[in-house]
Ligand binder design. Sequence first.
Ligand code: NAD
Length: 369
Amino acid sequence: MRFNIAVLPGDGIGQEVMAEGIKVLKAVGQRFGHSFQFYFGVVGGAAIDQYGVALLPETLEMCRACDAVLFGAVGGPKWDDPKASVRPEQAILGLRKGLNLFANLRPVKVFPTLVNASTLKREIVEGVDILFVRELTGGIYFGRPQKRWSTTRGRRAVDTLAYSQGEIERILRVAFELARGRRRHLTVVDKANILESSRLWREVTEEVARENPDVEQDYFLVDACSMHLLRRPRDFDVVVTENMFGDILTDEASMLSGSMGMLPSASLGQGKRGRGGRLTFPTLGLYEPIHGTAPDIAGQNKANPLAIILSVALLLRFSCGLDEAATAVEEAVNQVLEEDYRTGDIMSPEMKQVGTVEMGDLVVSKVQR
Ligand code: NAD
């Protein structure tokens, strides 16, 4: 099969890790007999320097016409002025909005070989395998009114947390579908003891849960969930939540694995509807490592490329429907780690330290086998 992939490396180590992601995709193509056509675009700080904006309309159009988007990272000290009207992260926001990407998936999996990289105890993190599903286009980051004004008693500001039934239903359907493909347990995280929008989430959950009786489902208040994530993270399978709670909880959970350089993410748009109103994959998605541009190590062949390589595995699974190829990439990463190869960020005594390019080559050699 042939797939069109939009490639947006961005800035800093985004450029370096992207080269390794592409190498792995090419190796997958060779081994499984698929062809990947790459369409490159400039985004973030690089685009600001070249075109004066973080994302060109033509780049967005190109992404729309592709099967998937592979994204590196954007930003850096050069473009860090918070008052600037043009900022690198506008590229990500523009892509999310322009491609209608409403479901952010963040798997947090602790590789057996890396349990010691976590700041938490081995017996807590061993075997952790959680899939977070964060709603990405609604909630308090986008609700109106959002403003600030002056009164006789000082300044005031307001943000609005709003959700519609439709927005809640579509993200829940994705979450139930994903739970069905895993351990069939879905946790809905909210603040239903305080927030009206959370009570609507619960009501809609009950309705969607009736369509999915084969998936066990429970609720957690966000404060309790943040505690349990550190106390007994192994008990979670799929966790679905609204935009801001998801933003915070996924960062907390990323620390279970110990390194930013290991965590992939996917942002998915509306899939084609299958029978019974269920979402079906493949669907258009944007895939990126969760880390940033790491200015402190950029250009030194030190960046860990495994997060983008694991993002490639998600791309194969969710946008190309190539499950076997996706698993092959994940197994290749696991094998390289089992053979004790490490980049600096996950290095420990007795291990063999390698750079970005060497790590990419090692994964490619395992995929080719
Ligand atoms: P960062 O993720 O870039 O770096 C945090 C720390 O983790 C640094 O010490 C870095 O060296 C290390 N690190 C990150 N990725 C690594 C990798 N693959 N291998 C080894 N070490 C790695 O976060 P930051 O320093 O807060 O931000 C730097 C820039 O990146 C900022 O301009 C920020 O806005 C941007 N950023 C972009 C994205 C994105 O594009 N999605 C996400 C986060 C931050």
